[in-house]
Ligand binder design. Structure first.
Ligand SMILES: [Zn+2]
Length: 253
């Protein structure tokens, strides 16, 4: 982030806000560290997430449990001082100067404390992970347990109702045709859920379910283009996504 700012010739002490779509380690783990270079920045995050930023012990434990070695690669999470934090509330607006205004839209699903940002004037949606993860144009879902399917679908519907033109994925990049991409994410979530849930009820393990999803969704061919390390990371995150998608089968069975 700091090197990206340097490329843009923006000094870290000009930063007013760090807005977190959610507090998973790959999004928010470096916040406390970054603040040391950004003396005037306020951190905005969902109200329920604030205490975990102030005291990241639980967040670190959960990251280690879910991500294992990957969490160690990110490194320990430094706390965020309480006086640097503010709660982001639904529909609040953040003025960034130069006429740029971002609206906060709470979009629980990928995480209970997830939010998305909408720049109404430029019709740009910063989706976070509400509409999945996009690798070179191909989209996969990101539904770690505990998955609340209805809530996740409602969040996507809400983003569709904003009628964005451009969608920016936290992972990775900005694309036109945002509403079409959101509708596609909605159908994909339903299709993946149907496949994973049915397969889990038949006693299939996550690896088998991943193979099934790969045979049904050509978007997952992106896995073949990755380096060994990137593949490992995506594989593990997909297994976690499948755990979310098949949780009700596992609970019933
Ligand atoms: Zn996340």
């Amino acid at each position: 982030m700091l090197s990206a700012l340097a490329e843009l010739k923006i000094s870290p002490d000009e930063i007013d806000y760090i807005i977190l779509t959610h507090i998973h380690i790959d999004h928010a783990g470096g916040t406390g560290t970054a603040l040391r270079d950004m003396p005037w920045a306020t951190v905005l995050a969902h109200g329920q997430a604030l205490r975990h930023l102030i005291d990241p012990a639980k967040l670190w434990e959960a990251s280690l449990k879910t991500l294992g070695d990957l969490a160690l690669q990110y490194g320990r999470i430094e706390p965020v001082p309480e006086d640097r934090l503010a709660a982001a509330t639904d529909l609040m607006t953040v003025e960034l100067g130069g006429g740029l205004v971002l609206e906060v839209h709470l979009t629980p699903g990928h995480a209970a404390h997830h939010l998305s940002l909408f720049d109404r004037q430029n019709v740009v949606l910063i989706a976070g992970e509400a509409a999945g993860v996009c690798v070179n144009g191909a989209v996969r879902m990101a539904t770690p347990p505990p998955l609340k399917l209805e809530e996740t679908l409602s969040s996507i519907d809400r983003l569709i109702s904003l009628e964005p033109e451009t969608i920016c994925y936290s992972h990775f990049g900005c694309y036109g045709g945002a509403v079409g991409r959101l509708r596609m994410a909605r159908s994909k979530l339903l299709a993946w859920h149907e496949t994973a849930d049915a397969a889990a009820r038949e006693g299939r393990d996550p690896e088998e379910i991943l193979r099934l999803l790969r045979s049904e969704d050509r978007d997952l061919d992106y896995l073949d283009t990755l380096s060994k390390d990137a593949y490992r990371r995506e594989h593990d995150l997909l297994v976690n996504t499948i755990a979310g998608l098949s949780q009700s089968a596992r609970q019933d069975g």
